[in-house]
Design a protein around this ligand. Structure first.
Ligand code: ATP
Ligand code: MG
Length: 398
């Protein structure tokens, strides 16, 4: 049986009123971009629905890719036929003849096109009867069938479909603007990026590194993590900030216990400057409340003060176990656990303060002016663009 298209259902987008068209256009573009390796495949929008027209391609690898696209609630492989009882019957039988072994089924007809002469319930019974007669290994089960044969009768034609395949849900990447993710090589920040992409955010990354204290491998790790996330957001810019001098100055000129708080404040300041340059309206971290010294309420308070941009922290209420589960699902876990030094761990004092007071931090910072080296770090920031490519294994995510 040759399926000729895939029906895409988009769930939550349906609630977006006037903005819905914008969401749909973005989803259409994202699907088309993800499928650029499949020549001749087209994504069509008709009457508020999306179809992928297969043009002879095998639907299965395409359906697998759809399972990595945010904004797709579910999909079904489908065949379009004329609104003609015999044609619908023939197509349905062809589809179900390929089913192996004894299975149960039910027919689920939706008749949006009322000029079709048979109502949905009657059509369910009629077609169900034909199926049992022709295919002996299939039996009807209305309540809990193995197979749901869906017949969708519309003015433009009838779609004959089998199973519903679930997607990731969420909103299409690009519909919620951009955010700058502070990406370390650890477990948390890539998961934070994934969760915010699910709400339609497009990512840019910023990473602070301190050569020679942090190695080339540590930098590569961050680029590898970014590459993993390009499955969902095809092109991601990474801003690589040289942080050695700033860290050495912090280490030399401020009391040890405040070093980490001040370093985090500087990271935020530099990130904000990059956001302004790139026209980005928010930043994002992998912080989770109480996880380490810099993630207490007092620390967040003292660190957050340096910026007026929203700082999104999607993991703030999550346990490490939950975060690890997601990192395994998105296949960043194995990269994250590689043991290369992060710039934060290199200069971190043994006993960082867990309850820093804002005023105290500000007073300490007055003792030495970091502005010049901060500006230098911003000027020397390098940008690397990471693109998704087809050799990336997406199957392991499914
Ligand atoms: P992660 O697993 O994301 O590294 P973590 O539990 O190790 O997080 P921290 O090292 O305290 O926690 O970092 C908290 C957050 O600060 C990170 O989630 C990340 O957003 C940001 N961050 C830490 N180090 C860097 C870095 N070198 N470059 C950019 N952002 C960083
Ligand atoms: Mg870390």
């Amino acid at each position: 049986m040759q399926y000729d298209r895939i029906l895409i259902r988009y769930g939550e987008l349906g609630l977006k009123g006037k903005n819905m068209k914008m969401f749909l256009i973005q989803l259409q573009q994202n699907i088309q971009t993800s499928l650029q390796g499949f020549q001749g495949v087209k994504v069509k929008r008709t009457q508020g629905r999306l179809f992928i027209i297969l043009n002879g391609h095998d639907p299965n690898p395409i359906a697998d890719i759809c399972k990595t696209i945010f904004g797709i609630h579910s999909l079904s492989l489908a065949v379009k036929v004329e609104n003609d009882e015999t044609k619908i019957k023939e197509t349905s039988l062809k589809l179900l003849k390929e089913v192996e072994g004894n299975q149960t089924f039910k027919v689920l007809t939706k008749r949006a096109y009322k000029e079709f002469p048979i109502n949905s319930l009657d059509f369910n019974r009629k077609l169900g009867g034909e199926i049992i007669k022709t295919i002996p290994n299939l039996k009807v089960d209305i309540h809990n069938p193995d197979i749901e044969l869906r017949i969708d009768i519309r003015a433009e034609g009838t779609y004959v479909m089998s199973e519903v395949i679930y997607g990731l849900g969420g909103l299409p990447v690009g519909t919620a603007g951009k955010s700058l993710l502070l990406l370390s090589g650890g477990l948390d920040s890539p998961v934070a990026g994934y969760l915010m992409m699910k709400r339609g955010i497009e990512l840019e990354m910023i990473h602070f590194h301190s050569p020679p204290f942090t190695s080339e491998r540590a930098k590569q790790k961050v680029l590898d993590l970014t590459k993993k996330l390009t499955v969902y957001n095809h092109r991601i810019k990474v801003h690589l900030v040289p942080f050695t001098e700033v860290q050495q100055l912090i280490h030399t000129h401020y009391p040890d216990r405040y070093g980490m708080t001040i370093m985090r404040r500087v990271m935020m300041k530099i990130s904000e400057a990059i956001c302004k340059k790139e026209n980005i309206l928010s930043m994002m971290t992998g912080e989770s409340l109480g996880q380490v010294a810099s993630q207490t309420m007092a620390s967040m308070n003292a660190i957050n003060e340096v910026t007026t941009l929203p700082v999104l922290r999607p993991l703030v209420a999550m346990d490490k176990e939950e975060i690890i589960d997601i990192s395994k699902k998105i296949d960043t876990y194995d990269i994250s656990i590689q043991p290369y030094e992060d710039c934060c761990t290199v200069f971190v004092p043994k006993y960082p303060i867990t309850n820093p007071k804002r005023d105290r931090v500000v007073a300490i910072e007055r003792g030495f002016d970091l502005t010049e080296s901060i500006n230098q770090a911003i000027d020397d920031t390098k940008v690397i663009k990471i693109k998704f490519n087809d050799d990336q294994e997406i199957n392991e995510l499914l």
